[in-house]
Structures are given as C-alpha cells and as structure tokens.
Design a protein around this ligand. Structure first.
Ligand SMILES: [Cu+2]
Length: 148
C-alpha cells in the first residue's frame, strides 16, 4: 500500500470510530432518558399555579406504588431561588403534611422529567411549591390521590 492509501485508510478508521462513539453515546442517552411507566404532563406556570391539560382543578391520580414519569414544564413567575430554581414540586401527605421521601423536586425553566414510584400508602396527598415564586406562591398546590 502506498502512502496515500494508508492515509485514506486511517482517515476512514477514524471516521468509523467517531460514528461508533456517537452511536453508543446516543444509545446510552436514549436508555437513561426513556420515560418509565405512565407519563403525567404538568405545567408549573408563571402565575404560580400547577396546571394539567383539560383539568379545571388539576388532580393527579395514581395507584399505590405505580411507576410514573412526571414531565413538568416550568415557567418563571416573579421570583426565583439563587440556584436558578423557579418552582418546586414537593409531595406531602394531606392529613399531617408529612413529606413523602424522594418526592421533593426543584424546577428549572423548561421541561424536566422525574421518574418516581408513587407512595405505597393509599391516601390523599398534596403537591406544594417550595420556591417563593411570587406573592401567590402560597396558593401553588395541587391534589394528588393515591388509590389502593
Ligand atoms: Cu411556585
């Protein structure tokens, strides 16, 4: 093989390697970002309200222990946290306001997904915002029902 041939061969190998790397990276990405279970779309809006399409009073209803993916779109209200969080999404048991473990999320502007298991205890819960997002922050809450 002459020098030109060898160079061409090397260039092809480099390109092949780059393509394979890109493929494996995108493969891994697709796997980790694959939503698990039912996807629930929520808007954490600029008026300090949670919204769900086609629901006048938004309520999330799930089965105990069900795997779900929350796909939350967050839009900034008046204020934000120093870390850039514009709203929160935190689950409390309604009767005693006890926080549900692993259900405390901070929202940045845009769309983010959280894959979580619903609480194992069937009960009434409430989602509350944990960022003082505006003067209407106190009213930023939503019913969350866990069925047996
Ligand atoms: Cu808020």
């Amino acid at each position: 093989m002459n020098r030109d041939g060898a160079m061409r061969e090397a260039a092809i190998q480099v390109r092949l390697l780059a393509a394979m790397t890109a493929l494996s990276v995108s493969g891994a990405w697709a796997q980790t970002s694959q939503p698990q279970g039912r996807v629930i779309e929520i808007l954490a809006d600029h008026d300090s309200r949670y919204k769900i399409q086609n629901q006048k009073q938004p309520v999330i209803t799930v089965k105990a222990g069900e795997q779900i993916t929350l796909r939350i779109t967050a839009k900034k209200a008046k204020n934000q946290n120093r870390d850039g969080s514009i709203h929160g999404f935190s689950l409390l048991r309604a009767k005693d306001r006890k926080p549900v473990p692993d259900w405390d999320f901070l929202l940045k502007p845009g769309i983010q997904e959280f894959t979580v298991a619903a609480p194992s205890e069937a009960s009434e819960y409430v989602v509350v915002c944990t960022v003082i997002c505006s003067q209407d922050h106190e009213g930023m809450m939503m019913r969350f029902v866990v069925l047996p």
